[in-house]
Design a protein around this ligand. Structure first.
Ligand code: GLU
Ligand code: MG
Length: 487
């Protein structure tokens, strides 16, 4: 089996490549991932530490998200923040090969006990955590010991893709919807027991859990996030919150922050949460829908053009690239094999590889908003993604596929206007029904291989293959039980 435990060696680790970040004359993408000079980092950390001290913060959690979609953390006491900003915090490179159940994949250049990386807190994002008094959070980027960008760092990948868009004069606004199931706290393998039994989308559920939901809203607001809406979802104990769109890397950071805030508030109410793709077999699952709009010179390119529903040629090319690449994008957008239990027809999960205006069964839903707000609100929603995704990989890969479509001046195929689930079988292509099919598409994708770079591309492949193999013989019930409380 392509899997091992913590102590086992797995061959050489990836050798660092790329510029040190200190070189003069870096191109846009290299500049975007270069470690800022030490003096800048120290100044920033001293200022941040002062603000955090005033807010009674005692420790800072620095997170990164692994290739299996799990948020991992190193924390430092506040007094150590300046040191962490100067030198980074040690982080073993084997975490590029860790699986959702804490086993490890093996593969060329991944895993093993040798080597060290430095996790640098990105203090432009640091914020006190409202539901974890005394704690602050900030995302981290991983560099080698000599200060070169770690080629396996998922957040640096997203930053490179954001810079690739900027090189074309484009910016992206993105937002990741967060759905979760809340249950009474219990043992690790417990079947969920729900704190509310109200109907789907029902006021009954909001009433039952009104203190809890208000505290989720308050905590998110205190952390500087603009909540758009919060509501009960379809499945038992399921809720959703959406926040205002922002740049893609920020949106990925925000999805980490939102989930851990929901988790922290839940714990304070004696509740536990699951963001897993499926919490009970044969129910509607938790999505991690990615909304995006493309902008140039302050103008939304999804509006006022001559393409379908007002898309400009650039927005159409971008979306055509995304639509075409959806099978391989699932490798980045749905980490867990359990995601394919969610990605089925008539679950509003976007199981079909088609697009359509306000079509909730299409993997790519075009959203225009109310007539008067279209210039600002028009966006597309990638519905097939779930919250087992590493959000940095998801936004970076969508950018890579979209920019390829834009560069090639691609057009969208005809819109699918009906319910694809009710269409004649075979009329509308289904997205991969399992991880093996998605992986086969990923292995054919030169766009993703080039964008991710060899080490990251291979590490993702090793992790997905190991999890695919691990659960190949599992029943849906076993797969759901194994993943339910991991995400
Ligand atoms: N929970 C559904 C999913 O699995 C999505 C429902 C909705 O459209 O918000 O993606
Ligand atoms: Mg929803």
């Amino acid at each position: 089996m392509d899997r091992m435990t913590l102590g086992t060696a797995a061959g050489p680790t990836a050798s660092p490549s790329g510029p040190t970040g200190q070189d003069a004359g870096l191109d846009g993408q290299s500049a975007a991932v270069a470690l800022p000079p030490r003096s800048v980092r120290v100044e920033q950390a001293e200022a941040a530490a002062g603000r955090l001290r005033t807010a009674a913060v005692e420790a800072v959690a620095v997170t990164w998200v692994d290739n299996a979609g799990i948020t991992r953390v190193k924390a430092v006491p506040l007094g150590g923040l300046v040191h962490a900003a100067q030198w980074g915090v040690g982080a073993a490179p084997c975490f590029d090969a860790i699986l959702a159940d804490d086993g490890f994949a093996t593969g060329p250049g991944v895993g093993g006990p040798i080597g060290d990386l430095r996790l640098y807190p990105d203090l432009t994002r640091v914020v006190p955590l409202a539901a974890q008094p005394g704690w602050a959070w900030t995302p981290g980027d991983r560099y080698t010991q000599d200060g070169s960008p770690h080629p396996g760092c998922q957040r640096l990948f997203a930053r490179r893709m954001e810079a690739a868009a900027a090189e074309r004069g484009l910016t992206l606004k993105a937002g990741i919807e967060v759905e979760w199931v809340v249950a009474l706290a219990g043992g690790p393998q417990d079947e969920p027991q729900y704190p509310t039994h109200g109907p789907a989308y029902g006021m009954h559920r909001l009433t039952d859990l009104s203190d809890y939901l208000r505290e989720v809203l308050r905590a998110l607001g205190e952390q500087g996030l603009t909540v758009l809406q919060i509501h009960p979802e379809y499945s038992p104990g399921q809720f959703e919150v959406s926040v205002a769109p922002e740049g893609p890397v920020c949106a990925a950071d925000t999805s980490v922050l939102v989930r851990h805030t929901v988790r922290a508030v839940s714990a304070r109410h004696g509740l536990r949460v699951s963001f897993a793709p499926v919490v009970e077999p044969d129910t509607v699952g938790n999505g991690g829908h990615l909304h995006l709009s493309l902008w140039r010179d302050g103008r939304n390119l999804g509006h006022g053009g001559s393409g379908p529903h007002g898309l400009t040629a650039e927005a159409e090319g971008f979306l055509a690239g995304v639509l075409d690449a959806l099978p391989e994008l699932l490798v980045l957008g749905c980490s867990s094999p359990a995601g394919y239990l969610r990605l089925v027809p008539s679950h509003w999960a976007g199981a079909y590889q088609c697009w359509g205006l306000e079509n909730r069964e299409a993997a790519l839903r075009l959203v225009t908003g109310s007539t008067g707000e279209r210039a600002a609100a028009a966006n597309a929603e990638v519905k097939c993604f779930d919250a087992s995704a590493n959000p940095y990989l998801a936004v970076g890969a969508v950018l890579a596929a979209g920019l390829a479509g834009l560069d090639q001046h691609r057009s969208l195929p005809p819109e699918f206007t009906g319910d694809p689930a009710a269409a004649e079988p075979g009329t509308v292509p289904r997205l991969p029904a399992g991880p093996a099919q998605a992986l086969a598409a990923y292995e054919r994708s030169t766009v993703l291989r080039e964008a991710l770079g060899g080490p990251l591309y291979e590490a993702v492949l090793a992790v997905r293959r190991a999890e695919d193999e691990q659960y190949a013989a599992a029943t849906p019930e076993q797969l759901v039980a194994a993943t339910r409380w991991r995400y």
